[in-house]
Ligand binder design. Structure first.
Ligand code: C2E
Ligand code: CA
Ligand code: CA
Ligand code: CA
Length: 279
């Protein structure tokens, strides 16, 4: 019969279909998620290794799925990026973070910079810097309280537009971090070429820093390199007291990781800020 089609389709189409259909379903759900306000941000504190005090937060995206509960970003970020939905979701993230900074200030809490992750896809949008500038203007927050985290792959894929956009962002007064440092390509060239304030050592170097001499050497070299270029250094993924001691000993500036705190829902992040004020 005609409906059956050529035999070859019957052989491989079902599995391909399953994956394609699942992805399409996810895409449709993600399109609705923004309108239904199902995205939320969690805030992970960064801590000074000198004072032990909170120096800032990283805003991390989660999806409150009506049936599945809290969905972590690795399950949907790539679909947001491939479909371009990351542009609208990213704008929502920046606006939400700026509004939250304003609310914390209104509550009399110590203002700390909050960082937002940017995907390569967001730099393909011509008016990224204009959208950010407008958000800063509407919310009226101090631009120094907003920070952007970019990976080397962003700078590699979008070198020209990124260099331009970053110069403009710097001119507004926001801060720029190089995220996941050491996991991409030509890291050293990027450090020179782009106007960075912060270097974040990827957690793959921190994980075995106290047991693997190579990782220890690399981590120490990264700290020295960053400092000699006038950048602050944040160690990611710090989970143990031993890793913390190592980083303090080698002059790392800040840390972020489960040892101090996991990413927190808004209420808990506000609580941490209130306690920080009392110290
Ligand atoms: P990232 O930018 O490298 O963020 C740090 C990730 O490490 C977070 O995962 C955080 O929960 C996790 N982490 C923090 N401390 C520790 C630790 O001590 N141990 C371990 N094992 N993990 C730790 P999360 O929240 O699942 O985010 C994953 C990635 O998703 C982020 O990696 C970032 O690339 C992306 N992402 C998250 N939110 C956004 C967003 O708003 N926009 C964009 N474009 N990407 C985002
Ligand atoms: Ca990040
Ligand atoms: Ca990172
Ligand atoms: Ca990462």
């Amino acid at each position: 019969a005609k409906e059956q089609g050529p035999a070859i389709y019957q052989f491989y189409l079902p599995q391909m279909n399953e994956r394609a259909v699942a992805r399409l379903k996810l895409e449709t759900q993600l399109r609705g998620a923004l309108a239904r306000r199902e995205f939320v941000l969690h805030y992970q504190p960064k801590v000074s290794l000198v004072s032990g005090k909170i120096t800032g937060f990283e805003a991390l995206l989660r999806w409150w799925h009506p049936a599945l509960g809290l969905v972590p970003p690795f399950q949907f970020i790539s679909v947001l990026e491939d479909t371009g939905l990351i542009v609208s979701v990213g704008e929502w993230v920046v606006l939400t973070v700026c509004e939250q900074i304003g609310r914390w200030q209104d509550q009399g809490l110590v203002p700390h910079p909050v960082s937002v992750n940017l995907s390569a896809r967001q730099f393909q949008q011509q008016d990224l810097d204009a959208v950010i500038e407008k958000t800063l203007r509407i919310t009226g927050i101090d631009p120094r309280l907003l920070e952007f985290e970019l990976t080397e792959s962003v700078l590699m894929k979008e070198a020209e537009t990124a260099a331009n956009a970053l110069q403009n962002l710097k001119a507004f007064g926001v801060q720029i971090s190089m995220d996941d440092f050491g996991t991409g390509y030509s890291s050293l060239a990027y450090l020179k070429r782009f106007p960075l304030d912060v270097l974040k050592i990827d957690r793959t170097f921190i994980r075995d820093v106290t047991t693997n001499p190579d990782d220890a050497t690399i981590a120490v070299a990264m700290i020295k390199l960053a400092h000699s270029l006038g950048l602050r250094v944040v160690a990611e993924g710090v989970e143990t007291r031993e890793q913390l001691n190592f980083l303090i000993h080698h002059g790392c500036d800040e840390m972020q990781g489960y040892y101090f705190s996991r990413p927190l829902p808004l209420e808990n992040a506000s609580q941490v800020l209130m306690e920080d004020r009392r110290l």
